[in-house]
Write a protein that binds this ligand. Structure first.
Ligand code: F6P
Length: 368
């Protein structure tokens, strides 16, 4: 039998997403209402691994007062990192070369030392895989899915995605007028890692002419054909939305950077597509990379609401004695699913889904 909960920790890991603060607020209020004490770990697990680097010791008491007025704020009051995986922590060896070291025992020891009974880990697939490992090693853990990319399995959607798509759509709207005025091809590169959800949803909503996503490898000649067809019809500009993980038929992802202890950084495919389209169509092309702008700003109402629902559900799950579970949205409700079921799975866009069919019916090219 598990002992009752008195003190819980919360952390946010991986890239930030609008809605993180709303989750934190819901967790703190729901836990305080049960008489539990809440603590926030700074920068994912860094606050426990390097307390000396933080004026507050890396672990901060979270009260009703500390989470007042944060529901609408982007970012995370706790800080985050996508470098500090305690299971594969980058440390210099004796030659100064960075190698990956397992520091998970130090995290578990810190939980004991601070008498923390459970962890609510808010993060994407990397952070949830770490959370699942801590659960396997005996910690009581509930995961809350977060990512603007919407690539987590077993939840209909993650918070942050709606905000990112709304902003990307607004940007595409703005690019339409300048593309039309200058008779140009505007290529818009958006985040999304190995899934094309942001590109697809924003591209269809923003009436792009072509959308390139990782799930459908593209042939640049087919994209150029689409642009030329528009020109022949007297529409001498085009909007092409490119997911950062898009790749040509037979080719691979465009990678900006590889580093020990973190996932590869994608980026640059927009520039490549713009250059090739300019060559093939003779039309001037420009590229706009929306990048981290998609992670900023205030969460939409939809994202705030699911973030608050996820946070409260995480506390209810712990109160019900659950552990090793992830909160998921399964409309009209939220449920818990085993963390191990989502680890290592990327929710890609199904190539025959209704939104793809809609796009094709509207005449949008996927370059295939
Ligand atoms: O997963 C969220 C995400 O924003 C991806 O879309 C993107 O590839 C990655 O994070 C970028 O991370 P960083 O913060 O290291 O630039």
């Amino acid at each position: 039998m598990t002992h009752s909960i008195q003190r819980i920790a919360i952390n946010t890991g991986g890239g930030d997403a609008p809605g993180l603060n709303a989750v934190i607020r819901a967790v703190v209020l729901a836990a305080s209402n049960r008489g539990w004490e809440c603590f926030g770990i700074r920068d994912s697990y860094e606050g426990l691994l390097h307390p000396e680097r933080y004026p507050d010791g890396g672990l901060v008491r979270l009260t009703r007062e500390s989470v007042r007025g944060i529901t609408h704020l982007g970012g995370t009051i706790l800080g985050t990192t996508n470098r500090g995986n305690p299971l594969r922590y980058p440390m210099p060896d004796e030659t100064g070369r960075l190698v990956e070291v397992d520091r998970s025992d130090e995290v578990l020891a810190a939980f004991k030392r601070h008498r923390l009974d459970a962890l609510i880990a808010i993060g994407g697939d990397g952070s949830l895989a770490i959370a699942n490992e801590f659960y396997r090693r005996g910690l009581r853990v509930i995961g809350v899915p977060k990512t603007i990319d919407n690539d987590l399995d077993l939840t209909v959607v993650t918070f942050g995605f709606d905000t990112a798509v709304s902003f990307a759509t607004e940007c595409i709207d703005r690019l339409h007028t300048t593309a039309q005025a200058h008779h140009r091809i505007m290529v818009v590169e958006v985040m999304g890692r190995y899934a094309g959800w942001i590109a697809l949803n924003a591209g269809v909503s923003g009436t792009a002419d072509a959308i390139l996503i990782p799930e459908i490898p593209y042939d640049i000649h087919k994209v150029a054909e689409k642009v030329n067809q528009r020109i022949a019809e007297g529409r001498d500009f085009a909007i092409v939305v490119v997911a950062e993980g898009a790749r040509p038929v037979g080719g691979s992802y465009t990678v900006l950077e590889r580093e020990v202890g973190r996932a590869e950084r994608l980026g640059g495919v927009g520039q490549k597509v713009a250059h090739e389209l300019q060559e093939l169509t003779g039309k001037e092309a420009r590229v706009v990379v929306l990048g981290h702008l998609l992670r900023g700003g205030s969460p939409t109402t939809f994202d705030r609401l699911i973030a608050l629902r996820f946070g409260a559900a995480a506390v209810r799950a712990l109160a019900e004695g659950e552990s090793g579970k992830m909160i998921c949205l399964d409309p009209p409700t939220v449920r818990y699913v085993p963390l191990e079921k989502i680890v290592g799975h990327i929710k890609a866009v199904p190539v025959d889904c209704d939104t793809i069919l809609t796009a094709r019916d509207l005449g949008i090219s996927f370059g295939d």
